[in-house]
Write a protein that binds this ligand. Sequence first.
Ligand code: CA
Length: 658
Amino acid sequence: MRKLVLIACISLISTCYHKGFAQSDAIYPVYNGTDLGCTYRPNETSIRVYAPSADSLRVLVYKQGRGGKHTLIQSFSKAESGTWLAKLTGDWLDYYYTVQACFNGVWSMEVTDPYAKAVGVNGNRVQIISLQTTNPLGWENDVVPVYSQNNATQDAIIYEAHVRDLTMHESSGIKNNGKFIGLTETNTENHYGMPTVLSHLKELGITHLHLLPVFDYNSVDEENMNNGQYNWGYDPKNYNTPEGSYSTNSEDGKVRIKEFKQMVQAIHNAGMRVVMDVVYNHTALTNESNFNQLVPGYYYRIQTNGDFANASGCGNETASDKPMMRKFIIESVLYWVNEYHIDGFRFDLMAIHDIETMNLLADTLRKIKPDILIYGEGWAAGSPAYPEQFIALKRNVHLLKGIAVFSDDIRDAVKGYVFDSKAKGYVQGNSSMKETVKFGIVGALPHQQVNMKKAFYDKVPYANSQASVINYVDCHDNLVLWDKLQASAANQPDSIRKKMQMMAYGIVLTSQGIPFIHAGSEFLRSKKGEENSYNKPDEINAIDWDLKKANEDVFLFIQQLIAIRKQQSLFRLNSAQAIQQQVSFLTTTDDVLAYTLTAAKQTQGWKKIMVIINTSNKEMKLPCDGNWSNALSNALVTINKNSITVGAYSFTICYSND
Ligand code: CA
């Protein structure tokens, strides 16, 4: 989600918050059971809901997911640790329900149970289902693909995409446009016979497909899908069910579940893993959310004046530090892994969450999937109402257990500040960014040749491992790289901007850390200059797959970068110490950045690699020792005895086996 401002700690709020905490502990007991939500049995359906402050609770059962009168209304019985239990006698398969809490004689709104696993249209009623019936054929044999020798975090190559963006354009060759099952289609082609969507991703070579929100979100009306609605989905409604608008039938909650599983199965079969973008930091609704209707004020951080704290910029911020919210988040991600075979999570505005929760979550997930990928935005949109030293902020990444953060340092150093479309980065010729690019190349770790005084964001190396950062130059937020280059290098021809795009992605895919590609940037995707496309129509967001032909040179360059990264472990060094010892920057002018990677003796592959980034408008000659060969460049490379000459605006990889 969009980052609005950098976080500053508000100690006053934090202090007051802690005073209130001991008191709330007594009112809100912790329920440790794992049966919250609905449990279906042919002879009885039981529903357990946490609502400690309610005077009473009732369930309303319906035949349909919307409209009509309830067929049953039944009171819950008060149960242990703040929970309420309802047992519906008989077979209630495929019925729907809502719950309602009563406070001081007033009934709250009818809402879904936060633990709902299936919902009807628009997620307004929970559907009672048997999950086993939602498994596609062969689901029990679904295998998580191996993506490198050790499945090490830094071996991952992430590709960020939106279900609808990938599959909506006519040039995608997809039949099920905008749907989960559009991503199960194979051998699809653009108008030039080139692979698209899943077949394209396979050909490109990425390891992890990161999907923008695919849980049930609020902003798209699932009842009226023919009016071109679009949303990224950063407005959660039911965390544990897939979004209905991506299913072929949003009325029956089972369909979206089955189709989501089919999608995961198809991506796994194509050799890639699946990462979910999750948004536990806020809910779409505030007062009217199911959390707040059932336990008013509990799941959120509240300011001293009684208002909802709002570090998400969306009206509220959840309180992961409160035990039942922490439990909810951890059980939710665990559920997605166990039920849907999800392989990783990207946490939106992760700095709203506390470190303790994130570490507990990482430990819990790694017990069942040791090589799961966990990363997030190490910032929020405002100041979280929680002490800065306890939140999952970028500069606290060293306190997180194997959870990476996005590096806005490398992002803005390479292509320019994101909130000023005209601001130039290193690839557009802003040489003052060089030191920050170097900081990015070494994965935000300390390095004796990186002068942090010259870095423009963080002045201290905040990483502490080889996989602490996600290296990227564009994502769904802000201008896509090609549009940014149009705005910031306006007086250059497309031929040079293309070279800048290749330089930028060259840096991303050769730096230490975890590389991240925004869908379509491998062939110059444009959003027509739109910098915040979260609710814009398909004309802006849908990926035009024919661009793959028009910009085939860029696609092939990025495809080769990926192949080289996968082949050469020097680009994926496995410790902070190795990065400090094996990366060596060469002395060059400010408009050229060159460094070598030197293999430890036992390593397979090239013994020495030289990466040369020439941002100037003329060719550059660099001295070298020994015998060098050119592996990849977007310009002419001439290698003579004792020198390598690279063209203007170039990104070059050379190697030596001396
Ligand atoms: Ca929805």
